[in-house]
Design a protein around this ligand. Structure first.
Ligand SMILES: *[C@@H]1O[C@H](CO)[C@@H](O)[C@H](O)[C@H]1NC(C)=O
Ligand SMILES: *[C@@H]1O[C@H](CO)[C@@H](O)[C@H](O)[C@H]1NC(C)=O
Ligand SMILES: *[C@@H]1O[C@H](CO)[C@@H](O)[C@H](O)[C@H]1NC(C)=O
Ligand SMILES: *[C@@H]1O[C@H](CO)[C@@H](O)[C@H](O)[C@H]1NC(C)=O
Ligand SMILES: *[C@@H]1O[C@H](CO)[C@@H](O)[C@H](O)[C@H]1NC(C)=O
Ligand SMILES: *[C@@H]1O[C@H](CO)[C@@H](O)[C@H](O)[C@H]1NC(C)=O
Ligand SMILES: *[C@@H]1O[C@H](CO)[C@@H](O)[C@H](O)[C@H]1NC(C)=O
Ligand SMILES: [Cu+2]
Length: 586
């Protein structure tokens, strides 16, 4: 057990003695993760990842101040797994954050692993697999932290959880293999077959006239961002990503993958009709819209179950609420003295294997041999040198309590939702699309919106700020699962020496590494002697051979398909050895 009983009881008793402890409880979940079958869109039965034989998987619920324990047994048989509790700071427990190869080893089939942490943040969260490309196969569910002191608790009668998902008929493993391959040089992402509300379609929510409901909406999609609206009703936004906001009226929201909104909706006073609510997937994200795709999923607010469920009216123009205008209810002002500024220029491009990858500053993420946290814990004073984590983890070392700024220039015509683990950030600036790189002459809001996942617009930029007040290893990444797989990930190594002093990793975490044959000491390559020798580290494929361009690859692939240029293909393979060869790097 991570926290020994006496360690845990002592502070509790102290709190009790000072009369501060009201009802802090320990909430325990036993999760046996295994394959089950499901058909959420009514069109196709497929294997999905369930918990305790069930799918959809359970909601994790706790109250602010509780301790949460999740005992995971991996019964998948053929895949490793891990769980991330999206949006929770894991303050003091970075080893419970979940990303495999970052803060833990993936849990191999047959192994068990305990997550054990305190929840101090009220709000709407979710949990999902953080092992390569796995959550869209079904391992994703809501996580709700109740707040006895909510500023809005007197303003609604009931709360309703509403999750959005995009749904693929094929399994992620197959889709990933096709996505990152020579035959997909443009990096076109697989398009889902359907959209779901609450892991199904056509849901009815019985409502009572005059009552106010708080809808906790979570976008658990792999890729998609829906426009969301309730016909005949107005939403009042009161929480984004766990941050209470000043109430803001909205008729339509745009929710990127991983974002959450709590909205208050007051029902009409009569029961004359029922009302549709709709999520319509933003088709700008799709390179090619397959014929027959229905991007919409509908549900109904049902005032009278004897009356019809009306089809939603078509909306011709999407004009969603701009989250950049939200004001946190606590009034926290802009962090205006920046200690450390990081600029990320992000782009998508091909590497020598012909596949398409995503880059921050020309680096595409490749997971290290040793989980980054274990490198931080075992490299002594060298832990403050980003080199020990390996080039392809794209690591940045942050000093404790510095104000950190991330400037992200999106040199790509796509929209991307960026997420930082371990923190919420201020969105100090967000440009319009096509604004190009950030220029330091803008006016920033005095009280900026805070959240943990934010959209950057096509060829636009964002500026995010946070205080490095949470020692740990925290990923910064695009929350489109395809782009995680193609490398749009960087690593924040926050106060590593502090971790060496204070963090105790429980034995079952190392056991998972042992079971999976993964080294737990030394630099990213597992070298415990010469910490700056990264020979053998995992690295990305070589760059394209000189003279090849994306266009060239497209032409080449087209030629392959028409089977005319077999000779050129052989030359191609000869010119560029395929695969993530493990070779020395500095
Ligand atoms: C929801 O309703 C639509 C329209 O009637 C139908 O095509 C679809 O199959 C339904 N979905 C499910 C899961 O039953
Ligand atoms: C793992 O097992 C599931 C369920 O039997 C199967 O559908 C899936 O294809 C398997 N995955 C791999 C990578 O073999
Ligand atoms: C949606 O699913 C959650 C659990 O995931 C459940 O608590 C909630 O009641 C469902 N909402 C509706 C409207 O059915
Ligand atoms: C419902 O009735 C209440 C009380 O009379 C009133 O304040 C409210 O505006 C009405 N709501 C609507 C949507 O008409
Ligand atoms: C989905 O909804 C949008 C917005 O109302 C509409 O324009 C579109 O035609 C709908 N698509 C389908 C297949 O119903
Ligand atoms: C900021 O600088 C850019 C590029 O130099 C310029 O186009 C823009 O007008 C400037 N904006 C303001 C508010 O000065
Ligand atoms: C983490 O806890 C420390 C000590 O209580 C506190 O100073 C810091 O603000 C917390 N960080 C976050 C992100 O909540
Ligand atoms: Cu992305």
């Amino acid at each position: 057990m991570a926290i020994s009983l006496s360690n845990f009881l002592l502070p509790s008793i102290l709190l009790l003695a000072t009369g501060l402890l009201s009802e802090a409880a320990t909430v325990t979940y036993d999760f046996d993760v295994s394959w089950v079958h499901a058909n959420p869109d009514g069109a196709f039965v497929r294997p999905v990842i369930g918990i305790n034989g069930q799918w959809p998987i359970p909601t994790i619920t706790a109250t602010k101040g509780d301790r949460v324990i999740v005992n995971v047994k991996n019964s998948l048989g053929n895949e490793t797994t891990s769980l991330h509790f999206h949006g929770l700071f894991q303050n003091g427990t970075t080893h419970m954050d979940g990303p495999a190869s970052v803060t833990q080893c993936g849990i191999p089939p047959g192994s068990s692993f305990t997550y054990d942490f305190m929840v101090e943040q009220p709000g709407t969260y979710w949990y999902h697999s953080h092992t390569r490309g796995q959550y869209p196969d079904g391992l994703r569910g809501p996580l709700i932290i109740h707040d006895p002191d909510s500023p809005y608790k007197d303003q609604y009668d009931e709360e309703i959880i509403l999750t959005f998902e995009d749904w693929y008929h094929d399994m992620m493993n197959n889709l990933l293999a096709k996505f990152i391959s020579l035959s997909n040089p443009t990096g076109a992402e697989p398009v889902p077959q359907s959209a779901l509300w609450n892991s199904t379609q056509n849901i009815s929510i019985p409502v009572q006239p005059g009552k106010t409901y708080m809808f906790r909406m979570v976008n658990m999609a792999a890729f998609s961002a829906p426009y969301v609206w309730f016909e005949g009703h107005t939403m009042r936004v009161v929480e984004v990503d766990g941050i209470y906001t000043e109430p803001a009226e909205a008729n339509m929201l745009y929710m990127t993958a991983a974002q959450r909104y709590s909205v208050l909706i007051t029902m009409n006073n009569d029961t004359d009709s029922n009302f549709a609510f709709v999520a319509s997937m933003d088709q700008d994200l799709f390179d090619q819209v397959p014929e027959g795709l229905n991007p919409n999923v509908t549900g109904w607010l049902v005032y009278d179950d004897k009356k019809e469920l009306p089809a939603p009216a078509f909306v011709d123009e999407f004009d969603p609420f701009d989250d950049y205008t939200l004001v946190p209810q606590d009034g926290m002002s802009l962090l205006d003295e920046v200690d450390y500024s990081i600029t990320f220029d992000m782009k998508m491009d091909n590497l020598g294997d012909g596949a398409n990858y995503a880059f921050f500053n020309d680096i595409t993420y490749v997971r290290p041999k040793v989980p980054t946290l274990y490198t931080a814990l075992t490299t002594g004073s060298s832990a403050t040198n980003p080199a020990v984590y390996g080039v392809n983890t794209n690591s940045f070392v942050l000093n404790k309590n510095d104000v950190v700024e991330i400037i992200l220039n999106n040199d790509d015509p796509g929209k991307h939702p960026f997420h930082l683990h371990g923190h919420e950030f201020q969105v100090a600036f967000r440009s319009d699309e096509e604004a190009g790189a950030y220029v330091n002459n803008v006016t920033m809001p005095q009280v900026p919106m805070r959240r943990d996942t934010v959209l950057v617009r096509p060829n636009g930029n964002i500026v995010l700020r946070f205080r490095a007040n949470n020692p740990g290893i925290w990923l910064f990444h695009c929350h489109i699962e395809w782009h995680v797989a193609s490398g749009l990930v960087a690593t924040m190594v926050e106060a590593p020496l502090d971790l060496q002093q204070n963090l105790k990793v429980p034995e079952d975490h190392y056991q998972a590494c042992h079971d999976g044959n993964i080294p737990i000491e030394g630099n990213a390559a597992g070298n415990t002697v010469d910490l700056l020798d990264l020979t053998g580290a995992n690295v990305s494929p070589d760059p394209l051979p000189a003279g090849f361009t994306t266009k060239g690859i497209v032409a080449l692939v087209f030629s392959c398909l028409s089977a005319l240029l077999g000779v050129a293909v052989i030359a191609w393979y000869g010119a560029a050895p395929i695969g993530k060869a493990q070779k020395g790097s500095s």
